[in-house]
Structures are given as C-alpha cells and as structure tokens.
Design a protein around this ligand. Structure first.
Ligand SMILES: [Zn+2]
Length: 117
C-alpha cells in the first residue's frame, strides 16, 4: 500500500512533509478553576469537544471549566436519565398509546404524507 503510494514521486526534490499549504486548526482557550482556587488555561482545537473537568497542573485536583459551576451538584443529584424516562416526563402511557394508535392507523391506511415522518 505504502509502496504503491510512493511510486512515481520524486523523493528528495520535493518534501512530502512541507508545511506549505498546511492549515493550522483554529484554537480556543478554555479556563478551568480547581477547588484550591487555581485558575489555568487549556488550549483546544476550536472543534474539539471541551471537557467539563481537567486535572489541575498545580495540585492535581479536579478543576471545573469556568461557566459550569453547577457541574458537581448537577452530576450528584441527577443520575443519568434514559430517553425512556425523559419521554415519560412528557407523556403518560395513555397519551403514548393514543399516539401509537394514531401512527399505526396512518401507516396501515397508507396515508403517509410525502416527506413527512
Ligand atoms: Zn489546583
């Protein structure tokens, strides 16, 4: 595979590792504050998924991203909820049964709207 890819290129005349044309990823600086009050900045790529916590480089405690002060409380009081539980918050079993019956009726009668769900 690698052999095939390199065949025909003029090694030496042009470097394949030239930085010309390389687009550097845009970056963002994210502030974290640890329980000891240390504030530090971590640089992430602009499209990176920024974590809510980061280990403090000074005291190794878990620092929390600035702007998510309620992170700890939220995590401890609210266990991970399933989609089903969230659905049950909004609908009762009776409502779901009605919705299901309606959908089944639509599918069975072939009255599905074009482009609809
Ligand atoms: Zn610290």
């Amino acid at each position: 595979m690698a052999d095939r890819a390199l065949r025909g290129t003029h090694m030496g005349s042009t470097s394949l590792e030239s930085e010309e044309g390389v687009v550097f990823v845009e970056r963002q600086n994210v502030d974290f504050t640890c329980p000891s009050g240390h504030t530090f900045e971590i640089t992430f790529a602009i499209d990176a998924e920024v974590p809510d916590t980061w280990e403090c480089p000074l005291c190794s405690k878990v620092a929390i991203r600035n702007g998510v002060e309620d992170f700890q409380e939220e995590k401890s009081t609210k266990p991970q909820r399933t989609h089903w539980e969230q659905l049950m918050d909004r609908r009762t079993m009776e409502q779901l049964q009605i919705l299901l019956d309606e959908r089944l009726e639509v599918y069975r009668s072939g009255r599905r709207r074009p482009g609809g769900y």
